[in-house]
Design a protein around this ligand. Structure first.
Ligand code: FES
Length: 56
């Protein structure tokens, strides 16, 4: 499923980036460009980051 329509980035790509160590939305936009268009996907990227991160 596409999370970022503008940059055609899927949920799977974002999860893989999180698994490889991306910790912030900035990391995600740096490696995948997700969230660098209209910005509408940013809340969804944030929630994937929260879910993907082990609780401290
Ligand atoms: Fe991600 Fe527009 S949908 S920047």
């Amino acid at each position: 499923m596409y999370i970022c329509i503008c940059k055609a980035v899927t949920e799977r790509q974002i999860r893989e980036a999180i698994d490889s160590g991306a910790c912030t939305r900035k990391d995600i936009s740096a490696c995948l460009k997700a969230g660098t268009g209209c910005g509408k996907c940013n809340p969804e990227i944030n929630s994937l980051l929260r879910r993907g991160r082990p609780e401290a």
